[in-house]
Each structure stands twice: as C-alpha cells, then as structure tokens.
Design a protein around this ligand. Structure first.
Ligand SMILES: [Mn+2]
Length: 306
C-alpha cells in the first residue's frame, strides 16, 4: 500500500499542525497509511501547545519527502507556500479554507476548499461525519486551532460550523481552564528584537502594481504594548519598507482578548491609503479599529481604493 505524506505551509501555525496530526490519525484509523511532516520552524504558539500537550513535533519534510509518492496538503492550497520539492503531480488531496485562485492548480487531486474560520473545522467534520473515534490529543489540537484561527470566535471569518465543531471537540477533551489564556500569554512574549519578529511573519502582496508589506502580531494588551514600543515598531516598519521596496507597509496588532486591533504605519502614504480603505482615523502613527480585522481582509479593502 502506498504511504501518504501530509504537510502544510512553511512555518505552519497551529491550524496547519493540528490538521496534519489529526488528519494522519483519521487516515490511519480508516485503513490508510499516512505520515506527516513540516517545513520550517513552526510558529511560536505551536511550540507551546505541542510542548504542553507532550505531542511530538512532526519530522522535517526534507528528510522524508523522497520516500513518498502521494502528498496531502492541509491548511494551504498555494503551492508557492509549500516546501519546494513537493511536486504537483504527487498531490492527492488539498484541504484548505482560504479564498483562493488555486482550485484549478490540481487537476488530479481531490480539492476541498471551504470558507470556514479554520481548516481544523474541516478535519473535525471528517471525524464527526464518519463517526471515526478521535483521540484526545488530536481533538485538543483541533480545538485549540479553531480558537486560535478565529481569534476565539471574534474574527469575522468565524462561521457556525467552527463553533459547532469547537463545542463537539470540547466535549471530548479536558484542558485546564486557563490553557488558552496561557497560550496567548506565551504568544505575546518575544525573545528577539521586534524588527525580527515582524520580518519573520511578513506577508507581501501586489495590488494594482503596488507592493504592500503587511506585518501582524496577535498578542494580549495591545494598547500598552503599542505605547511602550511605538518607536521601535515604527523604525522596524521603515526598515522593512526600504528593504522590500514596498509602496505601502503597516503592522496590524490584533488584541487576543479585546475586540480591536491597532494598526501602525510609519509613513504618510500608507496611513492615507489605510484611512481611505478602512475608514479609520490615525492619531499620529497609530489607529484603533472598532472590531478585529485580520491582515488578509485588508488587501481586498485596499484594492477598492488604489
Ligand atoms: Mn488556517
């Protein structure tokens, strides 16, 4: 029997990791041989969760890729975000939750892309619908992934399906009541200069020939954080803008326990275009949003005004 390898995008977040570990379990339980592997160092919150749940980190994809003829992508459908040696002809299945133009990239694969808040919801539904018993570690990972990806159900992309699967998973697990808060605390502490942190997770997109560099932090107590670090953050953004030669550049700071974001832009043009696109008022370099905005919601808004 062929073995399948499940993977996600480079530097996976909790959603990517939870999906690959849980989907491996699902496939194994349904009689298929599957393994999972990661590319790059997982994001901080992943390391915290795996360590606290005593779950082993998946192996590095570069060490095993040649042993597999069949590959499954979870929480990603854009091949550019995946380890370069993942060949398109080997891809058997794609499970993702992003608005994407990549559905037709995989003529031979089974592609399931549905607009829910978290890919973990799609994996959870597989277990629930087929009545395959889910282990507590896998259920815990999927539950935390839904919480993390939907900003605790406060993000706009949250759907009823995410809520339903989260409560189904929650009935099967036992986690300390402060686990999620502690996970957020861990995510909010940085052990390197903020400039490096912003760089590490920077996303750049082109909108009508303009290059937009977007940084995002998901942390607790955004207000105090911004007050304390504004100078450093603004300098880091200026640097990014120079290095990337981007036309626009900003940082979106999501407050994980309050319903707002602080958006910082160190240059006038970026502030001007964000003001127009998001109907916000900057005070100095910063503006506060009325509700949580995700980074990926900003390009469509910019597209309308550029
Ligand atoms: Mn995701």
């Amino acid at each position: 029997m062929n073995k399948m390898l499940i993977t996600s995008y480079t530097r996976p977040d909790l959603d990517g990791i939870a999906c690959m570990i849980a989907y491996k379990e699902f496939l194994n339980e349904t009689g298929k041989k599957a393994e999972c592997a990661i590319h790059g160092v997982p994001q901080k919150e992943v390391l915290y969760v795996l360590d606290r749940l005593k779950i082993e980190t998946p192996v590095l994809i570069e060490t095993v890729i040649d042993d597999y003829d069949e590959i499954v992508l979870v929480d990603v459908s854009n091949l550019q975000r995946v380890f370069e040696k993942v060949a398109i002809k080997k891809i058997l299945e794609v499970i993702d939750h992003r608005i994407t133009s990549h559905t037709d990239d995989y003529p031979d694969a089974e592609v399931k892309i549905e607009m829910v808040g978290s890919a973990a919801t799609l994996i959870s539904e597989r277990f629930e619908k087929s009545k395959v018993e889910i282990s507590e570690p896998a259920a815990t990972l999927l539950y935390l992934a839904i919480i993390s990806n939907t900003f605790n159900f406060k993000g706009k992309m949250t759907t009823e399906r995410d809520r339903e699967m989260a409560s189904w998973l929650k009935s099967k697990i036992n986690i300390p009541s402060d686990f999620i808060h502690q996970m957020f605390v861990y995510k909010s502490e940085f052990d390197k200069p903020l400039a490096d942190v912003l760089r590490e997770d920077l996303k750049t997109v082109y909108i009508k020939n303009k290059k937009v560099a977007m940084a995002q932090l998901e942390i607790l107590q955004v207000k105090g954080f911004v007050e304390k670090n504004l100078y450093e953050l603004a300098a880091a953004l200026k640097n990014i803008q120079e290095q990337e030669k981007s036309d626009y550049c900003f940082l979106n700071c999501v407050d994980l326990e309050e319903d707002f974001c602080a958006i910082i832009a160190s240059d006038k043009l970026s502030r001007k275009v964000l003001t127009k696109a998001l109907e916000l008022d900057f005070e100095g370099l910063v503006t506060k949003t009325e509700q949580i905005i995700q980074r990926k919601e900003i390009p469509p808004a910019l597209e309308k005004v550029l």
